[in-house]
Design a protein around this ligand. Structure first.
Ligand code: SF4
Length: 469
């Protein structure tokens, strides 16, 4: 049977794009492969936000050459931001690639998959039938990676970005803002709920700058509209820009009951001169004002952020201001990076900070962030929390991983339930017992089929419940 293996690098935008590719492949009669060696088509959805991601993607292309040699019929495809950036030279540099698709060519990629499908045999009807059977159960046919993936759906609300931060490649490879019509977003969200998604994430590079092209409705209006969809359990969104974080949005977050209590608001630096050179369009004072407005409406929410250290021209004094900001604001999590030069961006041409200085600053910032995260996680010890199952823990597959609605990872012992039981009852009730920087561990006390349903104890009667449903 024709099958497709998709490997995704980078952000939730790429994850959403990969799900689109998977859907197009399924519609054309492919099945999803979890092993590249067994696939008819291998897709690498690439990222170029940091040098490391770029090198890894080229490394994977090299690695897949052996598959191509072993099976010349295999189609090897690269898409995503690196494909867009290097499109003129990628195929010359990696001649065993069959096709390269830029960020605006996903539809063409889907069309190519449909065209290639006939060359992989004539069992398309069987594949489609099998998919129809598997999809409601959420098994491998509607997932890129495993049986639990479909529980979380990503809905792209906007592509590109018009803000041109001086360190960022996104506007150069994904273009300016292109907001999807609200009716399309609602239709896709409705479809995801209908096929088993328990948590929807609205994704965009600057999601809160959203404007419906027809009506001018803003992101708050969109959140309200999605919240009104029948069957919605949980809703969240990434990534917000501080410039577009309005009082209206803070008020909306505080009132919609389906929203996960987590806001990701990248600050990047605690120094005004650095923010100015980054072209971030806000000052530290303005950022703190936005946070205060947010806290007034959402006092119990988790606030998370991004930070870049070692940006060109960052002095020790600039960096200490960042440390100071992180001491003052309780961030529940921070994605911290050493500045990485991106070809074609202004900051890549500026005088760079020595690598050792960047590494040392990253470590100092991580110490502050980790201390704060641990304190927040310790506050959960002894409480009973609800978390959406993620599947077997990556580090120890004999355990189960889950995420709370405020995005904390919890690990529990595998209750020994059939996989289908966990997929059908994905809300885990967990008593938190130990806290770490990365999350916590605890005891699974029950499972529920919906976020707002009472949990059934994890004991023998649970099997009867599943069998009866
Ligand atoms: S806001 Fe800045 S960092 Fe974010 S995608 Fe746009 S240009 Fe890049």
């Amino acid at each position: 049977m024709a099958s497709i293996y998709i490997e995704t690098f980078g952000c939730q935008m790429n994850e959403a794009d990969s799900r689109y590719i998977a859907d197009r492949a399924l519609a054309a009669g492919y099945e999803i492969a979890t092993d590249a060696a067994r696939a008819s088509v291998v897709v690498l959805n690439t990222c170029t936000v940091r040098d490391n991601a770029e090198r890894r993607a080229y490394g994977r292309m090299g690695h897949f050459k052996a598959l191509k040699v072993a099976n010349p019929a295999l189609k090897l495809v690269v898409c995503g931001c690196l494909a867009e950036q290097d499109r003129d030279r990628m195929q010359a540099a990696v001649p065993h690639l069959d096709a390269v698709f830029g960020t605006s060519e996903l539809v063409r990629l889907g069309d190519a998959l449909a065209a290639w499908r006939a060359g992989f045999g004539d069992d398309a009807d069987e594949a489609i039938e099998e998919r129809a059977l598997l999809r409601p159960l959420g098994t491998a046919a509607d997932c890129i990676t495993d049986a639990f993936t479909h529980l979380r759906a990503f809905v792209t609300v906007q592509r590109g970005c018009s803000y041109y931060c001086t360190f960022c490649i996104v506007p150069h490879v994904r273009g300016r803002f292109d907001h999807r019509p609200m009716r399309e977003i609602l239709a896709e969200a409705h479809g995801a709920i209908a096929t088993g998604a328990r948590e929807l994430t609205l994704v965009g590079q600057t999601v809160n700058a959203y404007k419906d092209p027809a009506s001018g409705a803003d992101f708050s209006d969109l959140l309200e509209a999605v919240s009104g969809l029948a069957g919605l359990e949980r809703l969240t969104f990434v990534t917000s820009h501080p410039k577009d974080f309005t009082e209206k949005l803070a008020r909306t977050l505080g009132t919609l009951p389906h929203l996960n209590p987590r806001l990701h608001l990248p600050v990047q630096s605690g120094s005004n001169p650095v923010l100015r050179r980054m072209n971030r369009k806000y000052t530290v004072e303005e950022y703190l004002e936005k946070v205060a407005g947010f806290r007034a409406h959402c006092p119990d929410w988790m606030l998370t952020t991004d930070a870049i250290v070692g940006f060109p021209g960052e002095t020790e004094d600039d960096f200490v201001r960042t440390l100071d900001l992180f001491e003052r604001v309780r961030f529940g999590q921070a994605f911290m990076f050493i500045y990485s030069q991106r070809r074609g961006t202004p900051a890549a041409l500026w005088e760079q900070i020595p690598e050792a200085t960047g590494s040392e600053r990253l470590q100092r910032l991580a110490d502050v962030v980790n201390r704060g995260m641990r304190i927040l996680h310790e506050a959960k010890i002894g409480t009973l929390v609800r978390a959406l199952v993620q599947g077997p823990s990556r580090k120890d597959p004999s355990k189960i991983a889950a995420k709370t609605t405020d995005n904390v990872t919890l690990i529990v012992a595998d209750p020994g339930l059939p996989q289908a039981a966990l997929v059908a009852n994905p809300w885990l009730e967990i008593r938190v017992e130990h806290a770490f920087v990365w999350g916590g561990t605890g005891t699974l006390t029950g499972i529920a089929d919906r976020y707002d349903a009472s949990a059934q104890p994890v004991a023998a009667p649970v099997y009867d419940l599943i069998a009866a449903s």
